[in-house]
Design a protein around this ligand. Sequence first.
Ligand code: CP3
Length: 345
Amino acid sequence: MGEPRKKPNAPLLKVLHGQKQTKPPVWLMRQAGRYLPEYRALRQKKAGFLNLVEDSEAAAEVTLQPVRRFGFDAAILFSDILVIPYALGQNLTFVKGEGPKLTPPLVNHTLKTLERAPQHLKAIYATVRRVADVLAPETTFLGFCGSPWTVATYMVAGEGSRDQAVTREMAYRDPQAFSEIIDAIIDSSVDYLNGQIEAGVDAVQLFDSWAGPLSPQQFERWVIAPTAKLISRLREKQPHIPIIGFPKGAGSRIKAYVCDTQVNAIGLDETVDPLWAHQYLPSDLPIQGNLDPLALLVGGDALDQAIKTILDAFSERPHIFNLGHGILPQTPLNHVSRLLEILRA
Ligand code: CP3
């Protein structure tokens, strides 16, 4: 991809442009969140999670907290993948102990009954501007959204689920209605990412947390094709933005995902063998990952060993160090410090 156009000294952005760094830059998925006491303190003052997301001053502060404490190479915008269903007109609540709820669920309501509410996204662009204004030139600012498939699983079922059966069933039973939902998510995600980029993020990640349980044909149709469409539409508006794909649980289908979606970099979950990935993925493709969040939680020798395995496997290619999934809320802070100490030694 050539040189980064802005922030020429940001190591993580350089890796996204294909330039291997001697020490891999690092950030952690869900790095702004409940494992941080300063997050919990601020969160307590707000009525709900959405109030925090919609309060740009507080959301900017939360975005910066992990960077300030640990000096990560990237800040990730504090928001959520479910703001897209919210903007498409579903009601969104986060029920303590139960996770997010979206109403009405699209398994038995059509999109047409919803009243669009794109105004909900304005506060998020304001958060981006605030963070971009103060972020150091060596720190990469990441925007994000959910992938169409993963966002659709929440919109259809109205909540999270272990195997996404309700949504997979709908995709077989009524592919026409389901593709209308996917297309609506693509449209608003392109606008949303474009808005984040115009407001100042340097790169974006597509979170496909539930890409795993689909059959091969359905994976092709509902993960790869919509992601490819989203990316080509975004690149019409933003030809230079680096895009990280994270198809969690995709296993060996990662090869097809990389090739057919044209992502600039691939995030691996912790189940992917780094040696396999290094051998079978294009040698110039930046790889992000893939420490087991449980190894970080446990610490000690298990952590040191797990870090070494990943560093050894990716020593010859552009690599961004990350977890294979979000950091667990019970993770001790000194284990994160230990990780950074090893990476920067
Ligand atoms: O630090 C960051 O990574 C940036 C912020 C971020 C959040 N969610 C904040 C959040 C990001 C990138 C996400 C992505 C997200 N949200 C995903 C994809 C990644 C993944 O983990 O698979 C998904 C599936 C969601 C949906 C979501 N949001 C769920 C299922 C929940 C409830 C479960 C939980 O972890 O509490 C959320 C809430 C949420 N999003 C919290 C945070 C910090 C916790 C809310 C709180 O503090 O009360």
